[in-house]
Design a binder for this molecule. Structure first.
Ligand code: APR
Length: 248
């Protein structure tokens, strides 16, 4: 695979990497993306479901949708894209994976430096009192009631219109500011504030690389583009880091 020349020249000087991942990195594990042809949006119209109003007015429908996604995610496994990022963690002094995905596949692959800025579908909390719950909810027909306050239990994901977890996003912004190389992998770059992170990195002097089989909102601002799947593109990029390590 031909990688951008500027990237190959930059890699020997890279000490800090920040990676933003989106639904595309889990596509090869079998999790449909949100905005592709087989996107979850198309089948289930989640723009109408992934928000607080929908949950409060139609809890069982929203619950059913999340139960479907939970079931799907419980059956999939990390792929070579996730695994390449695990190797990269051991090859650079500083690396942070910032993921918009709620599937936990980076951690399952073995990445230890991950921030989940849109939450995690495997966790739940009470919408009213915020207490976290650790229960198997796949069997439930609708949202169970919180044993503490009677409120409705919900998945611990960030819905449209909700604030991102402040600490996680702050950590992501700091990593974007200090990195030498920023990788945007499998994200359409349309959902903010996540989509601001590549610009934060570029404005702070980082080389900005996009890995995505399709053109995205970010493409024209990227210093380099790899038009490939996450597994193929990341494996090729990490191989350059590995060769560099052998030489040094
Ligand atoms: N490898 C890499 N990228 C891929 C692959 C693949 N195998 N297959 C598809 N893609 C790309 C698509 O070309 C697209 O650019 O992944 C991207 C997926 O974009 P979206 O479906 O919009 O997903 P994402 O960017 O993660 O969405 C952001 O929006 O719906 C909300 O909260 C949800 O976190 C999500 C956020």
């Amino acid at each position: 695979m031909n990688l951008p020349e500027g990237l190959v020249r930059a890699i020997p000087h890279v000490r800090s990497v920040c990676v933003l991942t989106g639904a595309g990195i889990s596509a090869e594990s079998g999790v449909p993306t949100f905005r592709g042809d087989d996107g979850l949006w198309k089948k289930f119209r989640p723009e109408e479901l992934a928000n607080v109003d929908a949950f409060l007015s139609n809890p069982s429908v929203v619950w059913e949708w999340y139960a479907y996604r939970r079931r799907l995610i419980s059956e999939v496994h990390p792929n070579d894209g996730h695994r390449a990022l695990v190797r990269l963690e051991s090859l650079v002094d500083d690396l942070l994976v910032v993921t918009q995905n709620v599937d936990g596949l980076h951690q399952e692959a073995g990445s230890t430096k991950v921030v989940e800025i849109h939450g995690n579908i495997r966790r739940n909390h009470c919408h009213a009192c915020k207490r976290e719950m650790d229960v198997d909810l796949l069997q439930q027909a609708g949202p169970p009631s919180c044993p503490q306050c009677g409120g409705m239990v919900r998945p611990s994901v960030v819905w449209f219109g909700e604030m991102l977890p402040m600490a996680a996003f702050g950590t992501a912004e700091l990593a974007a500011r200090r990195c030498d190389l920023f990788l945007s992998v499998g994200t359409s770059g349309v959902v903010y504030p996540a989509a601001s992170l590549p610009f934060t990195a570029k404005n702070s002097g980082a080389y900005l690389l996009e890995i995505d089989p399709e053109e995205t909102q970010l493409t024209r601002y990227a210093d380099g583009v790899v038009r490939a799947s996450a597994s193929v593109g990341l494996t090729a990029v990490v191989a350059v880091f590995e060769q560099q390590k052998v030489r040094s």
